[in-house]
Design a binder for this molecule. Structure first.
Ligand SMILES: *Cc1c(COP(=O)(O)O)cnc(C)c1O
Length: 374
């Protein structure tokens, strides 16, 4: 097999430096302005960024927060989810989704996934609903919107709150609506590797509901209802000015970034579609490919051959949450959620980021094809 990257740089999973390069003068200037202003917390950049986000999503409210994890946690708090409540979610996600449920004292209830979308299987939700079920956290995993119509119908029928975990799906759309703008609250992460990535930690909650917005606005800043007056115990969870300024610059490019991710995905699927189980595309949804994740029985072999060619690959996620030690106390065992367990054994993610050249994606796909045949 020809070594495509010989004498060239390796292909990483993500190249944050390449994204920074064309923006660096604009970012330097923005940072200089902040350093000169001396205003670092809840200043004009956070305010403007929140306004720009509300127009981007055509939603009433947006709040900059310290992280995506906090966005989930504070949204559940604001929706009054508490000890004794059950919150349904997927076990095939990053742990933060379920940690947020535990933070408010509620119990995560895991529902198995659909083997094609890798999102929660909406046909399996109803059987897990009990008199204690209060909410659902829906994850649009890897950028693929979940089945929101079915989820909202169940939420209505059983009077459940819906929090959308959009940490991987900034800009994704479902039947014309933005992921995050459908449930009671949409939670975003600006961790550097996300589709819209900051240069440190950051997060955001969006909502159309004024009371949810008001509650999270106070929760993020120590329950401060007036200067040095605290209505209740809150937290320190603010997006900072420096991250907001960087995110404002990147927000102008997010649609282009996502468009390029979708183009690369198209190349991968066109070459690999008959050979492995590729991500599915629906006509009424826009997948934004935070990851390009496919399923195969021989991922170790493929990963090895990619590595020989200097191409990175990663397994997201090798262990579903119901089998994690952190959730031993919930009493799940192997075999309880077979689709999630099978996915954990078969998935692999390959490089996809806006700066990856289409020719490289084509070469990577061909290496994988070769590995499957060889
Ligand atoms: C990254 C991520 C989070 C957490 O976001 P942070 O900003 O790192 O706290 C939550 N859920 C999912 C699905 C994620 O990928």
């Amino acid at each position: 097999m020809a070594n495509i990257t010989q004498n060239k740089t390796a292909v990483p999973m993500l190249d944050v430096k390449a994204q920074h390069e064309p923006l660096k003068e604009e970012i330097k200037q923005a940072l200089k302005d902040i350093l000169d202003s001396g205003q670092f917390i809840l200043g004009p950049n956070v305010k403007s960024f929140e306004q720009e986000i509300t127009s981007y999503f055509d939603i009433n409210h947006a709040l900059g927060l310290a992280s995506g994890t906090d966005a989930l946690f504070l949204s559940l708090k604001a929706l009054n989810i508490k000890q004794g409540d059950e919150v349904i979610t997927t076990p095939f996600t990053f742990i933060a989704t379920a940690e947020a449920i535990a933070y408010v004292g509620a119990t995560p209830v895991f529902v198995d996934i659909d083997s094609y979308t890798l999102n929660i299987d909406v046909l399996k939700i109803e059987e897990k609903i009990t008199p204690n079920t209060r909410a659902l956290i829906v994850v649009h995993l890897f950028g693929q919107p979940a089945d929101m119509d079915e989820i909202m119908a169940l939420a209505k029928k059983y009077n459940l709150k819906v929090v959308e975990d959009c940490a991987q799906s900034f800009g994704a759309r479902y039947k014309g609506k933005p992921a995050g703008g459908i449930g009671d609250a949409g939670c975003f992460s600006f961790y550097p590797s996300k589709n819209l990535g900051a240069y440190g930690d950051g997060g955001m909650m969006i909502t159309d509901r004024h009371e949810v917005y008001e509650k999270v606005r106070l929760l993020r800043n120590h329950g401060t209802i007036a200067p040095y007056r605290h209505g209740f115990i809150g937290y320190n969870s603010r997006l900072d000015e420096i991250q907001a300024a960087i995110l404002r610059i990147k927000l102008k490019h997010i649609d282009e970034y996502n468009r390029k991710r979708r183009e690369l995905a198209k190349i991968y699927t066109s070459i690999l579609g008959d050979a492995v189980q590729c991500p599915v595309e629906f006509e009424d949804r826009t997948h934004v490919y935070h990851q390009y994740t496919f399923r195969t029985q021989i991922r170790e072999k493929i990963a090895g051959i990619l590595k020989d060619n200097n191409v990175s690959s990663v397994v997201y996620y090798p262990m579903p949450l119901h089998l994690q030690e952190a959730f031993n106390y919930l009493g799940y065992k192997k075999g309880d959620l077979p689709e999630s367990e099978a996915a954990a054994d078969e998935v692999m993610s390959i490089p996809i980021y806006p700066e990856l050249e289409p020719e490289k994606a084509e070469q990577i796909a061909k290496i994988i094809l070769g590995a499957l045949k060889g």
